[in-house]
Design a protein. Structure first.
Length: 666
């Protein structure tokens, strides 16, 4: 029994031991597996951290406290053999070294397990000019198993750019704050409820309160201040002027106000900005300026009106103002009191004077007058003085003396008037008087000629008519009938010329313009004149370049001129030819009559178209034909003339403006 019990206990113990061994092995296996998983996870985390650190811009270094040397942990910016603490301390900005020393000492001696410090650090490890960077340094202490600090791990972030931005922002903020406060315009900002947030110094001066807080303006919404005219429902951008009057605050000003509402991205009102400028002084100056301008405008208007009247009088009376200065030896001419037309020396002025009494005239105009001498007016001819046209102009000069403060005469002042037209009219009147006398004489001669010219064909007509009854020979009768017919034509022309002159003097020439074929009409003229020319030994030539030429003109008047040209050519041409023709020009017709007669002397060409002019008293005629031709051509707005050489013949021509409607050349 005892033995069995012992065996049973031993077996039980072995089973328990076996179970314990199995449990131990199982637990070890589970622990080992868990450790493996933890290790793998730690390695993965470490891998992720190393990857994150590799992509960051942080510099991680470790300060070995035993050697007092910094070593690279991440990045290779420090020297390979490390950087001594003493050297690193020297690279800290002098102003930050004390804080840096305290920072390191607190970590070294366990006062802090981690800490953060911002300081300036020289990153130029090679020496030379320091390059300061703003560093944010986060440090943590690494201890051994006994809890003693062995290393300090520094995570250093370069915040130079951020610091520069921050400093720049601070600078700009201070700058704008200063500009806001010292602005010459009153500025204030309100929230959406219209409550005053901030205002500058000028705004406080305008609203007459010194402190930054004022119950009236800070407690009252801007919507309740009628002077600022801001709507609480729909505040809008606006600009206006207002009369700011608050008797309790002793405010009575005129202000210029600009309202600028500011909205968020959803269109909701966020703030209201107000710009106010005190324009009271400007308004007073403006009102005073307006009054001054009004007075000046009236004075200028009066002066301008006076000057315009003076200018009108001077211009329409052909007057100028002139002024002589003895000291400068010059004379100046002005169209009015301001505008100089010409200025010249006394010598130049002397050269323009066209008179034999230059010395006397110049003395009277350029030298001081006697005390007894009064203002005088003199008339003298000048050339190229005011009008640079190489013509002699007559001027009346009125002069009065000018004196300085010592009553010494310094020059002359006065008016100069161009009286050339008056002198020319006087000369024309003299010539017209002579011409009238000559006209009376010429009319007397004309009447005598007319009597003679009319009697000559009448006597021939009457005489040959009586003889015609007593002659039986047919040939002699035909000859006498020809003579009678020619004298009838001559008498008819004389009467027609006399009637034409009477018509011109009384009523002028009437024109009957109509559409005609000038080429056909010209041929008819030529045919009608052929018989008259054919009675002489002169060849009659027709120059008609067109088969048809449609135009508009008074063909009867044109025919009268052509007939007169050919009739005159017959009178003065004994041999050679008479040629009449025309040419179509862009603006009308050129018509001519060419002969090989006696010609006209050069001095007679100007007067050949005057009335009663006969170059040969032995040739029949009244001297009216060419003057009638000139009157007809001028009535048609044309021109007339003659080209001639004595002994070689003449070409009488005229140009008539007319519209060419169609033409066909031969």
């Amino acid at each position: 029994m005892t033995t069995y019990t012992s065996i049973t206990l031993f077996s039980l113990a072995m089973i328990v031991l076996l179970i314990i061994i199995v449990l131990a092995v199982g637990i070890r296996y589970l622990v080992k597996k868990r450790v493996a998983r933890a290790t793998a996870k730690a390695m993965e985390v470490n891998k992720i951290m190393l990857h994150a650190i590799g992509h960051s811009e942080h510099l991680i270094v470790a300060l070995a406290l035993k050697e007092n040397i910094f070593h690279n942990v991440h990045d290779k910016r420090l020297p390979a053999d490390g950087l001594p603490l003493k050297k690193a301390r020297e690279m800290v900005h002098p102003d930050d070294r004390e804080a840096y020393d305290n920072f390191v000492e607190a970590l070294r001696y366990g006062e802090k397990q981690e800490d953060t410090l911002e300081y300036r650090f020289n990153t130029n490890y090679k020496g030379g000019e320091p390059v300061w960077h703003f560093i944010k340094n986060h440090a943590a202490v690494e201890n051994d198993r006994a809890g003693n600090p062995t290393n300090i791990i520094f995570t250093m972030t370069d915040e130079t750019d951020e610091e520069h931005i921050r400093l720049g922002n601070d600078y700009m903020t201070d700058k704008y704050q200063q500009l806001f406060e010292d602005s010459i315009v009153g500025l204030s900002f309100y929230n959406a409820e219209g409550r005053l947030i901030e205002c500058n110094k000028m705004m406080r001066e305008i609203c007459n309160f010194e402190e930054r807080y004022d119950r009236l303006f800070y407690d009252s919404p801007i919507y309740d201040l009628a002077h600022f005219n801001v709507s609480s429902e729909h505040p809008e951008e606006s600009w206006f002027c207002s009369h700011l009057e608050l008797p309790k605050r002793d405010i009575n000003k005129f202000v210029e106000i600009r309202v600028h509402p500011m909205f968020d991205s959803k269109g909701k009102l966020k703030y209201i900005a107000l710009a106010v400028r005190d324009v009271t002084e400007e308004r007073n100056l403006y009102l005073q300026s307006r009054e001054n301008d009004k007075n000046i405008l009236k004075a200028n208007h009066d002066i301008k009106q006076y000057e315009e009247q003076l200018h009108y009088l001077l211009e329409n009376s052909k007057m100028h103002v002139w002024h002589t200065t003895f000291k400068e030896g010059s004379i100046e001419f002005m169209s009015d009191l301001h505008n100089t037309v010409a200025k010249m020396t006394i010598e130049e002025f002397t050269n323009t004077l066209q008179t034999d009494e230059k010395d006397i005239a110049i003395k009277r105009l350029t030298q001081p007058m006697d005390e007894k001498e009064e203002s005088i007016i003199i008339s003298r001819p000048f050339k190229n003085m005011l009008e640079k046209d190489d013509k002699v102009h007559w001027y009346n000069l009125m002069k009065i003396p000018e004196y300085d403060e010592n009553k010494v005469q310094t020059g002359y002042f006065g008016l100069i008037r161009d009286v050339t037209l008056l002198m020319e009219e006087q000369e024309m009147l003299r010539r017209e008087t002579e011409r009238a006398n000559d006209s009376d004489r010429m009319k007397s001669v004309f009447l005598a000629n007319m009597t003679h010219e009319i009697r000559t064909p009448l006597n021939a007509i009457v005489g040959f008519s009586d003889l015609l009854q007593a002659i039986d020979s047919p040939d002699e009768k035909l000859e006498m009938m020809r003579i009678i017919r020619n004298n009838c034509d001559m008498l008819l022309r004389l009467i027609n010329d006399f009637l034409a002159i009477s018509t011109i003097e009384s009523n002028g020439l009437s024109m009957n313009i109509k559409e005609i074929d000038f080429a056909k009409e010209f041929n008819d003229f030529y045919t009608g004149l052929t018989q008259r020319v054919g009675e002489t030994s002169v060849e009659f030539i027709c120059d008609n370049p067109y088969a048809s030429l449609i135009t508009k003109l008074d063909i009867e008047r044109i025919g009268q001129v052509i007939t007169n040209f050919v009739t005159n050519a017959v009178k003065y041409t004994q041999q050679g030819h008479i040629k009449t023709g025309y040419k179509a020009e862009p603006d009308g017709l050129y018509i001519y009559c060419e002969d090989t007669g006696t010609g006209i002397a050069k001095e007679d060409r100007e007067r050949i178209f005057e009335r009663f002019v006969k170059l040969n008293d032995y040739i029949q005629g009244t001297g009216l034909g060419l003057s009638i031709c000139k009157a007809i051509v001028e009535r048609c707005n044309g021109t007339i003339g003659v080209e001639s050489e004595l002994g070689k013949g003449s070409t009488f021509w005229f140009r008539i403006p007319c519209e060419i409607l169609g033409k066909v050349k031969k």
